[in-house]
Design a protein around this ligand. Structure first.
Ligand code: CP
Length: 300
């Protein structure tokens, strides 16, 4: 029984082991006898459904919880909620929560495995694994690749997890966005030293890129703050991926987006649905990767 809380906790060999597990065919009984609880305190489409599909494909029982409609509305705390679910005898809790550190906190108070399905702006380890797995379906290795992540970097758990994963496996990561969304201080605090650079000019950052990942502006994490950009349209004009700007990357560069996409803001429809886009392949990879993670965590 293991927890998966953050890519930062894993070494390169453990990341490779998880990616290699995702490449294997898993039987329809590999999770038989296990019960997985999906606890989602924040909205999700891809992560929640793919964890449920992965668990069911492996023969596990699945119970689903969303904060709306639960006893959280009556004042029950996160701790009492997870201890209640743990007491029912589940084997794993898959947790999404709006607070950074929630998954680690829960892991310290339950007897079952805890898989972080996204905690605030901190980490989204299975997203990074499925992103890497998607790239590896097109490339032999991540070693030496240039990954450019464009967007609202400092609010992004996807960016943090991918920076750790890609740099641990030898890729160079360029972070691009407005100065209000990415700084040198941030880049110095995440990933393998010397492998992360910051850019505020999209064309410059994309030059020579093998993989380009666009991120959504996470307005839900900016409530009560002054706006960090003048407008969505100005952002799109300056940092949006479109048919013209993607031309600065290497020919055939892969385009990723973790979803949900705001078409016409960080990515145009032409690029999102274009020949270089891996967006829906990422979604497909999510099921295989999450099945592998459940097997890894539960010792199947
Ligand atoms: N990428 C991602 O985590 O999407 P969801 O919020 O839909 O799960």
């Amino acid at each position: 029984m293991k927890h998966l809380l953050s890519i930062a906790d894993l070494d390169a060999a453990e990341i490779r082991e998880l990616l290699s597990l995702a490449a294997q065919t898993h039987s329809s009984t590999c999770l038989q006898g296990k019960t997985i609880a999906n606890l989602f305190f924040e909205n999700s489409t891809r992560t929640r459904l793919s964890f449920e599909m992965a668990a069911k494909q492996g023969g596990a029982q699945v119970v689903n919880f969303t904060a709306g409609g639960s006893s959280v509305a009556k004042g029950e705390t996160l701790l009492d909620t997870v201890k209640t679910v743990d007491a029912m005898g589940v084997d794993a809790i898959v947790l999404r929560h709006g607070d950074a550190g929630a998954a680690e906190f829960v892991s310290e108070h339950v007897t079952c495995s805890v898989i972080n399905a996204g905690d605030g702006a901190h980490a989204h380890p299975t997203q990074a694994l499925l992103d890497a797995w998607t790239v590896l379906e097109h490339r032999d290795s991540l070693d030496g690749l240039i990954l450019v992540i464009v967007g609202d970097i400092e609010h992004s758990r996807v960016a943090r997890s991918n920076i750790w994963l890609f740099t641990k496996l030898g890729a160079h990561v360029r972070l691009c966005g407005p100065r209000t969304m990415v700084t040198d201080e941030f880049a110095n605090s995440v990933g393998v030293e010397g492998m992360v650079t910051v850019h505020h000019n999209l064309a410059e950052s994309l030059t020579g890129a093998d993989v380009v990942m666009a991120l959504r502006i996470q307005k839900e994490r900016m409530k009560g703050e002054a706006s960090r950009i003048p407008s969505d349209s100005e952002y799109a004009a300056t940092f949006g991926l479109n048919e013209e700007t993607i031309g600065f990357a290497k020919e055939g560069a892969l385009v990723l987006h973790p979803g949900p996409m705001n078409r016409g803001v960080e990515i145009s429809t032409e690029v999102a649905d274009g020949p270089q886009s891996c967006v829906f392949q990422q979604v497909k990879s999510g099921v295989a990767v999450r099945k592998a993670v459940l097997r890894w965590a539960l010792g199947g």
